[in-house]
Design a protein around this ligand. Structure first.
Ligand code: HEC
Ligand code: HEC
Length: 475
């Protein structure tokens, strides 16, 4: 149910028990506060009704497009962009700064291609440095940060659900290995596989020590981290809190509030309780329900025939071994907070009961194909696995100088190709203007596949490009 609150009552929001978790606020023209929704986190429990979910998504859509102002708490004179709350050694005099941020006014300042929630042009690139020590820099020189192009969040709810199921499966395989090693008193090799994607193997000795030398494409904790092009962020919630702080100087209470940092105004901008968990939940709900991009045929049957040929050549050249056309997803119940939300975000342990968004009720989800088990086929063209993608011979993607999340510098998670036709430029830095250039830039583990592409005749390469051009963003 939708509520509109007159301006004068705005100060009482949140204090009273509201039937709907969301309140839409009408502000006077002279009120330059950007945020015009309030969300009661305590009302987000259990399965949300379709009406409440659609209100929450609408609130998230508005927040995603909100140009945050100082009245909201934009700016962070005392806090760096680091994901672990960290103070500047010397307070900042300049509020906005292109390199280490705050570097933008709204999420849509960057995520706007072709619309809200989408990807971004080169001009919307971000300079990211995770370390608490290195988060303050005023140069775009790669010595200080990694430059990344903006990717889109369409279909990201399904992506996070896949990551959760894959993580649970890998953990179950590991736990079975522990039990077997204990029972038999012998070392046990566990081949790690989930949804058809292999992550190498681990060997567990009877005393519980794990040898991870043959682990491949995932962290030692076997958590699939689907987000960022590096594949180091496990959830939309965690990414959202990072982005709010880094780009806007908007501090989520669940990370920067007094309960976590002992300070009511950690970023020193004079605004306390800047952003409650309900608003973060709304941003998560908006992103998690953005429709998945699907293949869109051309009007011209000749081009469709060529695309069909290209799809086959794509598989034959080995592209589909990483860009897996679809991964099967069992559950469509999106819990927020989710099982992969840990320190630095609201977690399932912090709430009486997480909210559940039933994605199966969404029309675009219902329209996705299912496999023989009834699982939804998520048409991602990815594998949620990290790969070494550069080598001495083909080094374009090896351009970063800083490691992130202890992942080697030239290792990236397979770029999901859904929507790729509408989201130039390409590559993690966005410095490639054509799909053909992006394919030719593959090295490392993709060398055989790239060489297969290069050895094709021109018509078959054109067929692959034609196929990729069917992978459109939702229109
Ligand atoms: C200044 C540009 C910019 C702004 C503003 C921005 N983003 Fe991003 N966003 C990026 C870039 C660049 C990436 C890719 C980062 C990487 O790969 O390390 C990204 C990635 C993401 C991702 C991960 C997507 C994926 O599939 O890996 C999420 C989620 C996200 N942003 C949410 C937000 C939210 C929410 C906001 C607003 C609070 C926001 N972003 C504001 C540039 C921006
Ligand atoms: C070993 C795994 C692997 C194989 C095989 C592979 N890719 Fe990729 N692909 C990746 C990774 C990882 C990236 C992200 C590279 C980066 O930007 O750091 C990527 C990026 C891309 C991109 C750029 C996407 C974007 O939005 O920027 C395209 C296009 C692409 N691949 C197409 C192909 C095609 C076509 C083939 C077969 C000829 C192929 N890939 C084979 C792993 C692979």
């Amino acid at each position: 149910m939708r509520k509109f609150l007159p301006l004068l009552a705005a100060s009482v929001i949140g204090g009273t028990a509201l039937a709907s978790p969301v309140t839409f606020i009408e502000r006077a023209p002279y009120d330059e506060t950007g945020i015009n929704v309030a969300v009661d986190q305590s009302a987000l429990r259990g399965v949300l009704s379709p009406d409440d979910l659609s209100d929450l998504v609408e609130a998230g859509r508005r927040l995603f497009g909100t140009h945050f102002t100082t009245l909201d708490g934009a700016g962070r004179p005392l806090a760096t962009q680091a994901t672990i709350p960290t103070h500047f050694k010397h307070p900042r005099e300049i509020v906005f700064q292109r390199a280490s941020g705050p570097d933008a006014n709204a999420c849509t300042s960057c995520h706007n291609l072709p619309k809200s929630g989408g990807a971004g042009d080169f001009t919307a690139n971000v300079f990211t440095s995770e370390g608490t020590e290195s988060a303050d820099f005023d140069s775009v020189d790669p010595q200080f940060s990694n430059e990344r192009n903006t990717n889109h969040m369409f279909g990201s709810g399904l992506m996070e659900l896949l990551a959760r199921e894959m993580t649970a499966e890998l953990h179950a395989e590991r736990d079975a290995g522990f039990a077997k090693a204990r029972e038999t008193g012998q070392p046990v090799q566990v081949d790690l596989q989930t949804k058809g994607v292999g992550f190498g193997s681990i060997t567990i000795s009877p005393d519980g020590v794990i040898d991870v030398a043959k682990l491949d494409g995932v962290d030692q904790d076997l958590v699939i981290r689907a987000f960022s092009q590096k594949g180091v962020i496990p959830s939309l919630r965690m990414f959202t809190l990072n982005a709010l702080n880094a780009h806007h100087g908007m501090e989520g209470d669940e990370r920067f509030g007094a309960a976590m940092t002992g300070e009511v105004d950690f970023d020193g901008d004079g605004k306390v309780n800047e952003l409650g968990p309900g608003l973060v939940s709304a941003l998560v709900a908006y992103q998690a329900t953005l429709p998945a991009p699907v293949a869109v045929p051309f009007d011209n049957p000749e081009w469709n025939a060529l695309a069909q040929k290209g799809s086959e050549a794509f598989a034959e050249a080995g592209c589909a071994s990483c860009h897996v056309p679809a991964l099967p997803l069992h559950s469509l119940a999106f819990a927020d907070p989710g099982p992969l939300d840990t320190a630095g975000t609201l977690t399932q342990g912090d709430v009486p009961e997480p909210a559940i968004y039933d994605l199966s009720k969404l029309d675009w989800v219902a329209a996705l194909p299912r496999d023989a088990n009834g699982d939804v086929l998520v048409p991602m063209f990815g594998d949620l696995k990290r790969h070494e993608i550069s080598d001495d011979r083909t080094s374009h993607f090896g351009n970063e100088l800083m490691s992130q999340g202890f992942v080697p510098r030239s290792t990236f998670i397979t770029a999901e190709l859904w929507g790729v036709a509408d989201t130039p430029p390409y590559g993690h830095r966005g410095d490639l203007t054509t799909l053909d250039e992006a394919i030719r830039a593959h090295g490392g583990e993709a060398t055989a596949s790239r060489d297969a592409y290069l050895s094709l005749d021109q018509e078959t390469r054109d067929a692959i490009l034609t196929f990729l051009k069917t992978l459109r963003m939702p229109q």
